[in-house]
Design a protein around this ligand. Structure first.
Ligand code: DGT
Ligand code: CA
Ligand code: CA
Length: 573
């Protein structure tokens, strides 16, 4: 009870790191990393599956790792991990987060200088001992000093929305099941659908706060109840995630939900608007003097201020209050508007499921087309398709299309943008595809000028349809690469291309601000799952939420069109 998929993935990642620091067999390390990725992407809770046999059916999980998942779910511990932690303390693993420090160098620091923590490293750097090690130089020494001065670990860690939501949902259900509780809602950044989440905020309507917080204290996933009174409690979950819970009276529920949904900036503007009309807005309601004008529902609150209801995704003070006052809020895209998905992988490249299974899954998701965009062959891409294998896949797609009713498979590929902006496949091959998705998968560290001209050069190619995960960020792991977004927007806008909103939980790329800029510029978006397995088609939900945060309407999104409409739009260039 209380073990989430993210816990299992974290444990496997940690084992991978610790094995790497110990200089273990690379195949074993890779197996743990792959398993972590696979578990992280799994949309159903491991704890609700039947056990080792089910786990072994997950791609990337063999019998041995299935046993480890079962052990972790059953006992909350992993013997392998505990043993490794005794050999390599967790503080040593934190060194891996510093620039230039991979497992080999961390191991050298540990063995040669007995450096096992950031504090040890600071001392060794101050004593000038680090630069003397082989493979460490004055340049790295300077970067490490700077990095240590800049950041304390663990202070600003924000979780990807999908991970935070995995914790928020069950906690909400638990609290809602406590006797005397009539309503529980998730507020804060989770409700706004922000891509990363600092802490969870829950709001309850209950007969007794004290009783609710006593139940919270018994929540199996709880590390500690750090504060609790009659209307407010704060707690920390086992994974370190902070939780704020508040209890409010029913007549204030809407006002409180609005207040604790935020954002803070949105709230401040709303309060000023109320003040300008001689009213007072607080988490208890909207008041004229002591008379409550609204507060039971959010709708009533907005109405009383003369505003249209503002969807939580827009509440960032980016013009939404003005738009609501002019009745000019966008009708945001919804999942049901999507007719297809233009970025899907199969087991022909690094996906896990067959073409047929991906199609069946897409049909089950109410889509009427998908583009199969397996990776094109290129150095460093495992199982990438060359022209010949693409031709074989095209035949399979055509044969399947013959049999399908009311569903269409588009032929595509995800093609690497090489360091100099050329593409990994020649135009003659790309010409035969319906959809060409291009993306950067290496050389993230180029200067802004070089990265920008690399992207622009690729976007000039005649058969390019969509720039996938345009910023290259991995939430919590990798910053976006440096590039001039406005120039990319210009290029895409001029030649009628399309930018992707990638729904992989750790990508969510483009981010909301860039989506809004693209929408204002009239650039079409491809709201895509980038699914690497049938289960991952639900990434579309996250992609849609992200697009909504960027003010995207159905007409701003390419794949709200029929497949014929998509092909016509892509042809028009
Ligand atoms: P997070 O937790 O960093 O992902 O972001 P939020 O938006 O969930 O922020 P959080 O948890 O600090 O606060 C939840 C909501 O409470 C926030 O969205 C708006 C409201 N709030 C918090 N502090 C203030 C404040 O100083 N003024 C106003 N007007 N509202 C606040
Ligand atoms: Ca929060
Ligand atoms: Ca909070």
């Amino acid at each position: 009870m209380g073990i989430h998929n993210a816990d299992v993935a974290d444990a496997f990642d940690e084992i991978g790191d610790l094995l790497a620091i110990e200089g273990e067999n690379p195949f074993r390390i890779r197996a743990y990393r792959r398993a972590a990725r696979s578990v992280r992407a799994l949309p159903k809770p491991l704890a609700e599956m039947r056990g080792a046999e089910d786990y072994a059916a997950i791609p990337g999980i063999g019998e041995d790792l299935a046993g480890k998942i079962a052990e972790l779910i059953r006992t909350g511990h992993l013997e392998t991990l505990e043993r490794l932690r005794r050999e390599v303390p967790p503080q040593t693993r934190e060194l891996l987060a510093l620039p230039g420090l991979g497992p080999v160098r961390v191991r050298a620091l540990m063995k040669e200088l007995a450096v096992k923590s950031r504090a040890d490293l600071s001392d060794a750097l101050a004593a000038g001992r680090v630069a003397t090690l082989p493979r460490f130089g004055a340049g790295l020494e300077a970067r490490l000093k700077e990095a240590l001065a800049r950041s304390e670990p663990g202070t600003t860690r924000r979780l990807p929305l999908a991970v935070a939501a995995q914790y928020a949902g069950p906690l909400r259900e638990y609290l809602a099941s406590v006797p005397g509780v009539s309503r529980v809602e998730i507020a804060g950044s989770v409700r706004r659908g922000r891509d990363t989440v600092g802490d969870l905020d829950l709001l309850a309507s209950a007969a007794s706060g004290t009783q609710l917080f006593a139940a919270l204290k018994r929540y199996p996933d709880l590390r500690e109840l750090s504060a609790s009174g009659t209307t407010k409690a704060s707690a920390v979950l086992r994974n370190g995630l902070q939780v704020d819970v508040r209890v409010v009276a029913p007549q204030s529920f809407g006002a409180a939900l609005h207040y604790f949904t935020g954002s803070k900036e949105h709230n401040i503007r709303m309060r000023r608007l109320a003040q300008s009309r001689g009213l007072k807005l607080s988490e208890y309601g909207l008041f004229r003097g002591s008379r409550r004008l609204a507060g039971e529902s959010e709708e009533g609150l907005y109405r009383a201020l003369g505003l249209r209801f503002i969807p939580p995704e827009l509440r960032e003070d980016r013009g939404e209050i003005e738009a609501a006052g002019r009745d000019a809020l966008p009708t945001l895209i919804e999942r049901g508007d999507l007719k297809g998905d233009l970025h899907v992988h199969t087991n022909a490249s690094d996906g896990l499921d067959t073409l047929e299974r991906m199609v069946a899954a897409a049909q089950a998701q109410n889509l009427s087309y998908i583009a199969i965009t397996d990776h094109a062959k290129h150095l460093g891409i495992v199982h990438g398709l060359d022209a010949q294998r693409l031709a074989i896949q095209a035949e399979a797609i055509e044969a399947l299309n013959e049999r399908l009713r009311g569903f269409r498979i588009l032929k595509g590929a995800e093609v690497d943008i090489l360091e100099d902006g050329r593409l990994a496949l020649p135009d003659a091959v790309l010409e035969r595809l319906d959809v060409v998705v291009v993306a950067v998968h290496d050389h993230f560290g180029l200067s802004e000028a070089r990265q920008t001209s690399r992207l622009l050069r690729a976007l000039e190619r005649p058969f390019v349809s969509i720039l996938a995960h345009p910023s290259g960020r991995l939430i919590g792991e990798r910053e976006p690469y440096a590039f001039d977004f406005d120039k990319v927007l210009d290029a895409v806008s001029e030649r009628g291309g399309c930018l992707e909103v990638n729904g992989q939980p750790t990508r969510l790329d483009l981010d909301d601000g860039h989506i809004k800029a693209a929408v204002e510029r009239g650039v079409l978006l491809s709201v895509a799952s980038d699914a690497h397995s049938a289960d991952e088609l639900v990434n579309l939900d996250g992609a849609v939420r992200q697009a909504r945060r960027g003010w995207a309407r159905p007409r701003d999104v390419l794949n709200t069109r029929t497949h014929a409409g998509v092909r016509a739009l892509l042809r028009k260039r």
